[in-house]
Design a protein around this ligand. Sequence first.
Ligand SMILES: Cc1cc2nc3c(=O)[nH]c(=O)nc-3n(C[C@H](O)[C@H](O)[C@H](O)COP(=O)(O)O)c2cc1C
Length: 192
Amino acid sequence: MHVKEAIEKRRSIRKFEEKQVSDEIIREIIDSARRAPSGCNVQPTRYIIIKDKKTKEKLKKKGVFRQDFVYESPIIVVLCGNPKEYENFKEVKYQQEEGTLPKDLTEVKKVLRGIEEERANRDISIASSFFVLRATELGLGTCYIGLINRDVLKEELNIPKDWFVPFVIIMGYPSENPQQRPRKDLNELILK
Ligand SMILES: Cc1cc2nc3c(=O)[nH]c(=O)nc-3n(C[C@H](O)[C@H](O)[C@H](O)COP(=O)(O)O)c2cc1C
């Protein structure tokens, strides 16, 4: 499948077959997501894969998600990251060697200081696009879920309080085939 095809085929899928997704396929998808670009190559995205009923039931009891289909999906993937990872700049060493960033990072750090959470949000989101497109190519359905009680989710999954969790992605083999949802016209989007 070409990228264009995957982009055009992807839909938010909220109904899934019972069929389980193998660990091999999940790793394959995350392998694609980890190839996504990230600011200063920090690669902040971490994945927590929830497959077992017990954990889903525990989350349901605590009201983490407000939509029942989330608990019924075969897999819930929590995408998260530690904003503090942006503070040490160790991943830019190769860029300094390439000459695409200055050796002295004082000015760079000034610009980037204080927006670590925003950067984590952005970079996790970019990785997630790679994730859902690769999943689509492999015949899987996905749906982003941002309607989350984050504090409770973090508590239940032992995710540190200061980590960022923009959304989870539910995933499985689709048992629905929705039409393309409405999209704005190109002319409305291109401002100049
Ligand atoms: C960041 C993000 C958060 C979302 N959160 C939810 C959610 O909590 N519940 C839900 O049912 N759909 C959620 N969606 C799915 C959107 O409703 C969906 O992408 C949109 O309606 C367009 O439909 P499509 O994905 O099929 O093109 C979310 C999508 C994104 C990108």
